[in-house]
Write a protein of this length. Structure first.
Lengths: 133, 133
DNA sequence: CTACAACTTAGAGTATGCTCTAAGTCAAGC
DNA sequence: GCTTGACTTAGAGCATACTCTAAGTTGTAG
């Protein structure tokens, strides 16, 4: 299933996922990533599935999910298909919080825009394009 | 301009702004809030303008602006109207980053939704509404 | 008068999420 | 044989943003 070409070093994974090698080891240590397979020399070798999982973790992080919640999710994932309903619930809750977060940002954006308009007016009044004597 | 009714205690401000009294003192200490006026007994007394500023700070924080950037903004604000163009620039940059953040969240939401749909299907197949022999 | 609540300060402590260091192993190239 | 570079581990350190503690003051109520 995985030939030698599919098995990447930690540095390669860092380059392709955007996580640092430190962070990759950290994620593995805290259980976000399952124990990665090793080459004969004890060096980690990541499979393509591992990359897929790490990319998904990155998406979860980008939604603002905390490390702790991701640990729960990763734990459920490892328990197999019978935890699908729980993971589904987590994702639905995540969707909800992300939607709320977007709405909040849009509200705050309005306020920022209002302030920009206000300041823009004052600034343009102070320094008209061409001074008229 | 400010009568006794307009001058709130730190606890009242905490209640109305949602910040803790600790955070209010912390914000003042690091220059996010200018030195608040005191009653005869050295206790802080916040004016309505102070409340307005604190509420604005809360909006900036909610957009994800860092404390450090807010310190810069607060510093410019204290320098008066001649810093309006700089503050305008900061707000425009903020608008941009918030718009990007919203777009990113919406992208990630798509992925979460895709996963929800997928899991939903699997789960509903595993446990049909009524088992048919 | 004393108890209490609300405040004050300086400074220490905490949670989160990394990020780095030190010391060591190992394979490949010169 | 030796250097180089990529990896390994355990554990320390760091940036951010609070959050809390200890010790003290003050004004009011009983």
């Amino acid at each position: 299933m995985n030939n030698e070409h599919d098995r990447l070093t930690i540095q390669q994974v860092a380059d392709t996922t955007g996580l640092s090698v430190h962070t990759l080891r950290y994620y593995e240590r805290i259980g976000l990533i399952h124990p990665i397979g090793r080459a004969e020399n004890t060096h980690r070798r990541y499979s393509l599935e591992d990359i897929g999982w790490i990319n998904f973790l990155n998406k979860l992080r980008a939604t603002g999910m905390s490390i702790q919640e991701m640990q729960v999710y990763a734990g459920l994932q490892r328990l197999g298909d019978e935890t699908l309903p729980e993971r589904l619930e987590m994702l639905k809750r995540l969707r909800h919080t992300v939607e709320e977060r977007i709405a909040e940002l849009q509200e705050n954006l309005k306020i920022v825009n209002y302030k920009i308009d206000l300041y823009q007016k004052i600034v343009s009044e102070q320094t008209p394009p061409i001074a008229v004597p």
